[in-house]
Design a protein around this ligand. Structure first.
Ligand SMILES: [Zn+2]
Length: 90
């Protein structure tokens, strides 16, 4: 990974993710499939200098989420996370 690449925090993905999720993903808690770190999605390192979004673990930089728009489809890869847990309002 190029250390000079800049990233935003995961909050920057809120608008794009709201197109496919009815709830706020940035407040969900996830676990990195590589190092086991747990945290809010908002704490991830978000890279937007690519055709889509890439969220990486703040501890080990493992890819947690990839979201790419291709024509009229959105491809979402969450395989870098063990889980993503949402708090649901009653
Ligand atoms: Zn990690």
């Amino acid at each position: 990974m190029n250390a000079s690449m800049s990233y935003l925090d995961g909050n920057a993905a809120a608008g794009e993710l709201s197109r496919i999720f009815a709830t706020d993903v940035t407040s969900a808690e996830g676990q990195c499939a590589n190092c086991g770190a747990k945290g809010r999605f908002a704490e991830t390192h978000l890279y937007m200098q690519c055709p889509g979004l890439v969220a990486r673990c703040a501890l080990c930089e493992h890819v947690l989420l990839r979201l790419v728009n291709v024509r009229r489809r959105v491809y979402l890869d969450l395989s870098g996370m063990t889980y993503l847990a949402f708090g649901m309002d009653e």
